[in-house]
Design a protein around this ligand. Structure first.
Ligand SMILES: [Zn+2]
Length: 224
């Protein structure tokens, strides 16, 4: 099974807990017991944003211990630094919005492509790739089909509108009235940066925003 690590946690007894996103478009939790105390095994390369081949059995369990694991690709430079980890961490942020029951196979290819193209230290390229990935993520989640009206009251949305992961576009008034979890809102910056990334001039007005989004969706469908 090919998978990208997107979260790494160290727990008791030198055990490493990994959250990975698999080639089957699903989240999986992996456990590697005792590796942090081991003298023969090295946990250093089991870092977020690396791509691996994991051999596992007992696929149905919630947390699985891989029998074997082989590194396929690492986007880090030879002497990786905290700075590199932090900037790659930005790309991986959308992965925290995924729920265990989702299955989005194309997102695995999107993420892999971004990580293969990643060049540590090239800030401009890093920002471009992050924005591209945010946009692809929103597209794969079906969130770029949002309307310009509030899903609750139908009001035309203003700059204050926000995009809820499960409900869609919500106006400022309805946000106050309904109970939503803050972590279920997509950062507006992802949408705006993503849209700007593929625009010609980075500016769009309210009148043509719908056309603009249609063009973006068309672009995404043809370019992915
Ligand atoms: Zn509303």
């Amino acid at each position: 099974m090919h998978a990208v690590i997107y979260e790494r946690n160290e727990v008791e007894n030198g055990t490493l807990l990994l959250k990975v996103f698999t080639q089957f478009g699903k989240i999986k939790k992996l456990k590697i017991p005792g590796i942090l105390k081991s003298k023969t095994r090295n946990a250093y390369f089991l870092a977020p944003a690396t791509l691996w081949e994991f051999t596992i059995s007992g696929n149905e369990r919630e947390v699985v211990t891989p029998k074997e694991y082989t590194l396929i690709h690492s986007p880090y430079s030879f002497e990786s630094s905290y700075k590199e980890l932090a900037s790659i961490g930005e790309v991986l942020k959308p992965m925290n919005y995924l729920k265990p029951d989702l299955e989005i196979i194309p997102l695995f290819n999107d993420l892999s492509k971004i990580l293969y193209n990643w060049k540590c230290g090239d800030k401009l390229k890093e920002i471009t790739l992050s924005n591209q990935f945010y946009l692809k993520f929103l597209f794969r989640m079906g969130l770029l089909n949002f309307s310009l009206q509030c899903v609750h009251c139908g009001k035309i949305l203003s700059d204050q509108a926000r995009y809820h992961l499960f409900s869609g576009s919500i106006c400022n008034d309805c946000i106050k009235e309904q109970i939503y979890r803050e972590n279920e809102f997509i950062p507006n910056l992802w949408i705006n940066n993503g849209i700007n990334e593929i625009s010609n001039n980075g500016i769009f007005t309210e009148e043509n925003e719908m056309d603009y989004r249609k063009r973006i969706i068309h672009y995404l469908k043809s370019s992915i």
